[in-house]
Ligand binder design. Structure first.
Ligand code: SF4
Length: 396
C-alpha cells in the first residue's frame, strides 16, 4: 500500500470559504492523534470559513526540529512521541512555516475508532490527552512565549468518540477566537469534519482491500504494520515500512484495514455464530480491558492478520517509554504467531534511527518472507476454508 501521501493529507484545499474569517491563521501541531484525525480538523476549520492557506500544520518530526525549536522547553520526562511535541510548538510559534495567530492543540480525550460500540471505551492515552498543557508549560517558564509572539494557545478537551458533545466543546473553546461563531454553525462544521474523516478513511480502506485482492489473486504476500497512528510520522516510525516496501512487498496499516461485511463474515463469521465473539469487531476474546482506542485497534489488527492468508508478516512498532504498549507485546505476538504468520517487532524507537540494525532486520524479514511466505499463505488458506470474497470476481 503506497503510504507516502502525507503532503496531500495535510495540504488539501477545499473551496467555498466565507470572507469574514479569511485573515485568521491557525497553527496545528502535527503530532500524536492528529495523525488519525487530521481530516476532521481540516473539514471542521474550512467549514468555519478559515482560509485553507491559513491552516498551518507543523512539519514532520525530526531531530533538527527538536534541537532548533524545542531545546530547553521540556517539562516532563515522557515517552518519545510526547517529548517531540515541544519541537512542533516551537516551530509553529516561531512562524517557521508561516506566521500564526492561534496555536490550536486539542486535548483529544477519545477517538472516533471503527471499533466504537464493540469495545468498552475509545479513550486516548492519558499522556496524549495531557500533552498540550504539559508542553504549553514549557513555553511559559521564562515569560509567556505565546503572548510575546501575539499567539493564543487554544487547547479544548475534545471527546471525538462522542459526536453529540463535540460542538459544545469546540464552541466554548473557539467562541472568542473565531468572530461571530455560533453553536449551530459549530455543529455544522463538526458534521463536516466527521464527513471528511469518514470519506478519507473509507478511501484508504478500499485501497487496502484492493491490495489484498491483488495479493489474493496472485497468491503473493503482503505485510501489515501494527503501530500507533503517529508512527506514520517519519520522525517517530523512521519509515521502517518504506525499507520493507523496497523489497517489493505491499504494506498495509492496521488503522486502515477493510471492514466490508462480506470479508469480515468470511474471517470472523464462524466465531460469531459459535458465540465466541459478539461481532467481527469484538476483541473481548483477546483483550477484555478494551478502554484505549489505539490499543484496541492494534489488538483487532492482530486478529485480522491471523486470519487473512496473504498477510504473511506483521511488523510491530512502538516508541521509547510507551507504557500503553508494554502489556500488549505478548498478546499481539501470540495472536499473530499462533496463526503461523511471521512477527517482527521494532520497540523503543526514539530520535535516532538505528540505521544499521534496521537494515539487518529488514534484510532478515525479506529473507524469511522469500523462504516461507508460500507455505504460510497455503497453511492459512487451508485453515480459513473456501469462499474468500477477495477471490469472488476471479471465481465468477
Ligand atoms: S500510547 Fe505510548 S507512545 Fe503514545 S502517548 Fe501514550 S505512552 Fe506515549
Amino acid at each position: 500500500m503506497p503510504i507516502r501521501t502525507w503532503a496531500k493529507w495535510f495540504g488539501r484545499r477545499p473551496s467555498g470559504v466565507p470572507a469574514s474569517r479569511r485573515s485568521l491563521r491557525v497553527g496545528i501541531p502535527k503530532v500524536l492523534n492528529l495523525w488519525s484525525t487530521h481530516q476532521f480538523w481540516w473539514g471542521f476549520f474550512t467549514a468555519l470559513g478559515i482560509d485553507p492557506a491559513h491552516l498551518v500544520f507543523s512539519s514532520d518530526t525530526s531531530e533538527e526540529q527538536g534541537r532548533q525549536f524545542g531545546k530547553g522547553r521540556g517539562t516532563v520526562d515522557c515517552c518519545y512521541p510526547v517529548k517531540c511535541v515541544t519541537g512542533h510548538y516551537g516551530e509553529l510559534l516561531a512562524g517557521a512555516r508561516r506566521p500564526i495567530d492561534v496555536l490550536f492543540s486539542p486535548m483529544i480525550y477519545s477517538l472516533p475508532s471503527f471499533l466504537r460500540g464493540h469495545v468498552a471505551d475509545n479513550l486516548a492515552c492519558p499522556r496524549v490527552m495531557a500533552a498540550p498543557e504539559n508542553v504549553k508549560a514549557g513555553f511559559l517558564r521564562e515569560g509567556d512565549g505565546f503572548a510575546a509572539r501575539g499567539v493564543r494557545h487554544v487547547a479544548p478537551l475534545v471527546a471525538l468518540a462522542e459526536p453529540r458533545i463535540v460542538p459544545r466543546q469546540l464552541h466554548a473553546a473557539l467562541a472568542d477566537v473565531v468572530e461571530g461563531l455560533t453553536l449551530e454553525e459549530t455543529r455544522r462544521a463538526v458534521e463536516a469534519g466527521y464527513r471528511a474523516l469518514e470519506a478519507f478513511n473509507a478511501a484508504l480502506r478500499a485501497r487496502s482491500r484492493e491490495i489484498l485482492a491483488t495479493c489474493a489473486r496472485a497468491d503473493r504476500p503482503c505485510l501489515l504494520v501494527l503501530a500507533r497512528p503517529y508512527h506514520l510520522d517519519p520522525g517517530i516510525g523512521h519509515e521502517i515500512e518504506v525499507d520493507l516496501q523496497a523489497y517489493g512487498y505491499p504494506v498495509l496499516w492496521g488503522q486502515y484495514l477493510p471492514l466490508d461485511e462480506d470479508l469480515l463474515d468470511w474471517m470472523f463469521g464462524a466465531e460469531v455464530r459459535a458465540g465466541v465473539i459478539r461481532s467481527p469487531l469484538d476483541i473481548s476474546d483477546v483483550w477484555p480491558s478494551s478502554y484505549s482506542a489505539n490499543t484496541n485497534e492494534i489488538l483487532w489488527g492482530a486478529k485480522f492478520a491471523a486470519r487473512m492468508p496473504w498477510v504473511a508478516c506483521v511488523v510491530r512498532l512502538s516508541s521509547y517509554e510507551c507504557g500503553m504498549d508494554q502489556p500488549t507485546y505478548t498478546p499481539v505476538q501470540q495472536i499473530v504467531e499462533r496463526s503461523g504468520t511471521l512477527f517482527f517487532a521494532f520497540q523503543e524507537l526514539d530520535a535516532t534511527k538505528p540505521a544499521g540494525s534496521v537494515k539487518i532486520r529488514v534484510e532478515t524479514i525479506a529473507h524469511y518472507l522469500e523462504r516461507a511466505a508460500g507455505a504460510i499463505i497455503a497453511r492459512k488458506k487451508a485453515a480459513m476454508g473456501p469462499g474468500c470474497p477477495l477471490l469472488a470476481a476471479q471465481a465468477a
